[in-house]
Design a protein around this ligand. Sequence first.
Ligand code: SAM
Length: 257
Amino acid sequence: MRLGGVAGRSIEQTPDFGIDMENKSDKRQNVLYRIRKLVLRPFWQLRDIIYPPKYHPEKYWKARHRKHGFSLRGVGNWTRSNEENEEKYIRERAIFLDFCKKQGIDFKSVRILDVGCGTGFFAEAIRENGGTDYLGIDITDELLEGVAGKFPGFRFKKLDVAKDEMQGEFDLIIMISVAQHIVDEKRFSFAMQNIRRHLSENGTFIVTLWETDTYVHPNPHVVGRPVTYFQKEFEGYWFSEPERFGSKNLYAIRKYS
Ligand SMILES: C[S@@+](CC[C@H](N)C(=O)[O-])C[C@H]1O[C@@H](n2cnc3c(N)ncnc32)[C@H](O)[C@@H]1O
């Protein structure tokens, strides 16, 4: 049996997101999903009303990058070991490259923007696959100097996508494991419109969604949103089918299918 979760539908009605109930880790994810939905969500909602969450994104990410440096625990799951994070990233890199290929993207011929570039993990995947025109932005400059040293020819800039207007036009904009950290709805809308304005006419936006069937806010620095929140910001745009990406889903969004 295969289960998943998506906007506006109960878990039993949802489409196939590739969760294999024979697989132990997928089983675990499904149990966690049900606990979140039935037990934790009402508690979170009440808590957010009583104690509005405090999250200062720039300070939070500066401190997190300062603590973990280039270890993937900083950008990945800090509660897991470095080895576990490396394994997760290796799997996600393969999914990302395969997904880009399926979308007909040739890194060699596109202007690329990486929103929330972190340690430069996906910069490396792009460089190794022929990408040359790359700009990485991040809300904090904590790792940017080090990242720039690792990727000569690639450009990096401190920029908050949810607050600062970007410059230029891009044929490929990627945003991997970042959208769920833009917790404020006005900032989320600004970020999406910022990306939309700077995507070229035939450009593709590749983004991971921590996709829940309703809006959830388990921690001050994380929210889960249904895909409908993204569809509202990209009204009239084409959305690909979701591709499972760890606990998230990967989507391609563009003007034309
Ligand atoms: C979970 S990490 C993912 C990093 C990288 N994309 C990856 O997959 O390895 C989130 C990254 O987004 C950055 N970030 C968070 N909010 C941002 C914002 N509003 N604008 C730009 N970068 C942001 C953080 O500093 C951090 O580097």
